[in-house]
Design a binder for this molecule. Structure first.
Ligand SMILES: [Zn+2]
Length: 257
């Protein structure tokens, strides 16, 4: 990501980044203006006290007007497309490639929705991750950011946790991925307090899981099938499959702890 010049994005850079996104917030041009209104409405709902997690509202969104229908899935898809290009098509945490691979690409809430519902549709709070990072991070409190504020924290306030939209990855984390005919190992090193926090709380676990899976041919083959299925399903909500995936993740995590 190199859309900002300094250590953090400036206010002016953030404004122009948000404007650029809003211009492509729907793949169909005639729906862009209405999409902006719908997003602003959800944004206000999320921040009204008591705070509301509006992410499921976006999933259910089906806005019919004389110009046509706008679905929440289309808004998510346009967001994913825009942000992935800003992330060089890689996972925002582990930097695995997310194009031309069978990895699903969930939209990741940097400050988790469970703890920060007021930011459930906040532009700066969303990034795109791989499924492994997304499921390993869920519901963990991310740093020491206030849970009661209506204002999204400024970039400078993320002093003890890594923020994929506000920090430049290369300033904070270095990784080395080694692959041989039959083995894959990834080593992550944190270069700053934020990078070390990311390694401790997420990346070391993701790397251990990758080693466990990729170095066992039977498990590797099974996971490949699962990932292909997930990527094909896209944003379709598959309750039972998701429950199975969560149980599988939990048992793999138990093995590496
Ligand atoms: Zn990842």
């Amino acid at each position: 990501m190199n859309w900002f010049k300094g250590t953090h994005p400036s206010r002016a850079e953030m404004r122009s980044e948000l404007d650029a996104y809003l211009r492509v917030s729907h793949a169909t041009k005639k729906h862009v203006a209405r999409t902006k209104e719908l997003l602003e409405d959800l944004w206000k709902q999320a921040r009204s006290r008591p705070f509301v997690d509006v992410w499921p509202h976006l999933d259910a969104l089906d806005d019919v007007s004389p110009k046509g229908t706008i679905k929440g899935a289309a808004i998510k898809s346009a967001f994913r497309h825009r942000i992935l290009s800003r992330q060089d098509n890689r996972c925002c945490y582990c930097r695995r490639w997310l194009v031309n691979t069978a990895y699903a690409k969930p939209i990741e809430h940097v400050l988790p929705r469970g703890h920060y519902p007021q930011f459930s549709i906040e532009f700066w709070n969303m990034a795109v991750s791989c499924n492994d990072c997304n499921s390993a991070k869920t519901d963990k409190v991310w740093g020491s950011i206030s849970k009661t504020s209506r204002r999204y924290p400024r970039a400078e306030e993320f002093t003890d946790s890594f923020h994929p939209r506000f920090h430049r990855y290369d300033d904070h984390v270095r990784f080395l991925r080694m692959e041989t005919n039959s083995q894959t190992v990834t080593l992550f090193t944190g270069l700053t307090p934020q990078g070390r926090h990311l390694c401790r709380s997420l990346l070391h676990q993701v790397a251990a899981k990758e080693t466990l899976i990729e170095n066992n041919p039977v498990v590797a083959e099974a996971m490949k099938e699962i990932r292909t299925f997930e990527a094909k399903a896209g944003s379709v909500i598959l309750t039972r499959f998701d429950a199975f995936r969560a149980a599988l993740d939990q048992s793999l995590e138990r093995l590496i702890k």
